[in-house]
Design a protein around this ligand. Structure first.
Ligand code: TRP
Length: 455
């Protein structure tokens, strides 16, 4: 007991319940909502895909999120250390190790895209992308991604900024920044939504977004929905374990997860409403992939009053949203290195961002110098994205669920789930337990195997 108390005293944590929500939401809301959700939805046929995505959230990523938060808070430790504290001489800690490695692969392509976003703040300010002509906005984007020095510069800048905040610590940076900027992002999305919805021809986009057409659904599409559900809620690699370890004993973890999930879903739908009506109004292809955000959003702004001002503001906020998510990705290896290898926070952060810069440059250059290097028909950027979202995160999710369902068991789980009975949520706990013990592991395994073409 003595030891536990002093350990907790040494660790920084979130300072309030609002801060807990802000930071967790700050992790969940990011490029996954504003960049990935619209383009993956576009590639996979719209509304039917969104429905499957929602099922994957409810049966898969939400229960895993609660599991991770509980494991983290119970142990007050990083993703690897948490399992080491809960089991002796059992290989469960490898789930954490895989999470730490996944963080590098995700950051590799995430910082590429975040770099594009940061550069768009300046392109918007100088008017380079201020055009309602799709050909011009897409030419600017092509120019950026086929370059070498420019995208690398932005990627390294992004890593530097994220690294500085992480070095400063958990509570002050992450918590304060996300608390102010999340509401502003929301208001801005409302404004863009209104503009997008009032464009001539907007109805086509709404149909695409809300009228399901199941003819486009295959196992590959279901796997993409599952992967997105994990990616968007930051689950399956120990981020929520790490953040859970910074949460107080009185936080209602299931309710926190539910709130974050609902807010995250709302932001995604709003991003879809910002983009798809405009896609159809300006004659873009909904299937155009990762470039979707970077060529359609400028045209929406260019067609509205004070468009240049709002466009700058919008990309600043996307940059902020991306930063909140990157902080949580970076925190996983940093907390691991600090606690398991006794490095200082500064050294751990430096090592991590240098390693990410090295891997990340191969993602950034995959559309220029390295564009001939294909693996399974994908360039490196797409490969890192596919392997993490569609394989490593769901796989991690299976093990987090199995751990709670089978290794921890009902009684141990219930203590964390209900704050030792004080929350009186035993009814929900039973449903949750069935989900993590049977439904999630079985469903995720089947989708993984079928989606990868194993059967
Ligand atoms: N959820 C974030 C987004 O939507 C990305 C992210 C942050 C993430 N931390 C993560 C994804 C951990 C997977 C695992 O942009």
């Amino acid at each position: 007991m003595e030891e536990t108390r002093s350990e907790i005293a040494q660790r920084e944590g979130f300072s309030s319940s609002i801060g807990v929500i802000a930071a967790t939401l700050g992790s969940a809301v990011g490029l996954g909502n504003i960049w990935k959700f619209p383009y993956v939805t576009g590639q996979n046929g719209g509304a039917a895909f969104i429905l499957i995505y929602l099922i994957a959230v409810l049966l898969g990523s939400l229960p895993v999120m609660i599991s991770e938060l509980m494991i983290g808070r119970k142990t007050n430790a990083n993703a690897v250390g948490a399992f080491k504290k809960l089991t002796k001489r059992e290989p469960w800690f490898l789930v954490g190790v895989s999470g730490v490695l996944s963080a590098f692969l995700i950051m590799a392509f995430y910082t590429t895209v975040a770099g594009w976003v940061f550069s768009y703040i300046f392109k918007a300010a100088t008017g380079t992308i201020h055009s309602t002509n799709p050909e011009q906005t897409s030419a600017v984007f092509q120019g950026l991604v086929s370059g070498v020095g420019e995208p690398l510069f932005w990627q390294i800048l992004v890593l530097g900024i994220t690294g500085v905040i992480i070095m400063a610590g958990v509570a002050k940076g992450i918590e304060r920044v996300t608390k102010i900027l999340m509401p502003i992002l929301f208001v801005l999305l409302v404004i863009v939504d209104i503009r997008s919805l009032t464009l001539p021809g907007a109805a086509e986009g709404l149909k695409f977004l809300f009228l399901p057409d199941f003819s486009k659904i295959s196992f590959g599409v279901v796997l993409a929905a599952l992967g997105l559900a994990f990616f968007k809620l930051s689950v399956g690699m120990g981020t929520m374990t790490t953040y859970g370890s910074y949460m107080g004993k009185e936080e209602d973890l299931p309710r926190t997860a539910l709130k974050v999930m609902l807010a995250d879903t709302l932001v995604s739908i709003m991003a879809g409403v910002a983009i798809f009506p405009a896609v159809f109004a300006f004659g873009f292809e909904p299937k155009s992939g990762p470039s979707l955000l970077f060529i359609t959003i400028p045209t929406v702004f260019a067609s509205m009053p004070f468009g240049r001002f709002f466009m700058v503001l919008f990309f600043i906020l996307v940059a902020v949203a991306a930063t909140g998510a990157m902080l949580s990705l970076l925190e996983v290896p940093v907390a691991y290195l600090v606690e398991e290898h006794k490095l200082t926070r500064r050294v751990a952060t430096l090592l991590t961002i240098v390693a990410i810069a090295l891997v990340g440059s191969t993602a950034t250059l995959s559309t220029s110098l390295l564009s001939q290097h294909l693996f399974f028909g994908k360039n490196l950027f797409d490969l890192y994205d596919f392997v993490t979202s569609n394989i490593l995160l769901p796989l991690g999710g299976i093990f987090f669920a199995l751990f709670v369902g089978w290794r921890w068991g009902y009684k141990g789980m219930l203590v964390e789930f209900s704050n030792d009975g004080r929350l009186r949520n035993e009814g929900v706990a039973k449903i949750f337990f069935i989900l993590v013990k049977f439904v999630a592991p079985i469903a995720i395994t089947l989708v993984l195997l079928a989606g990868l073409g194993v059967f």
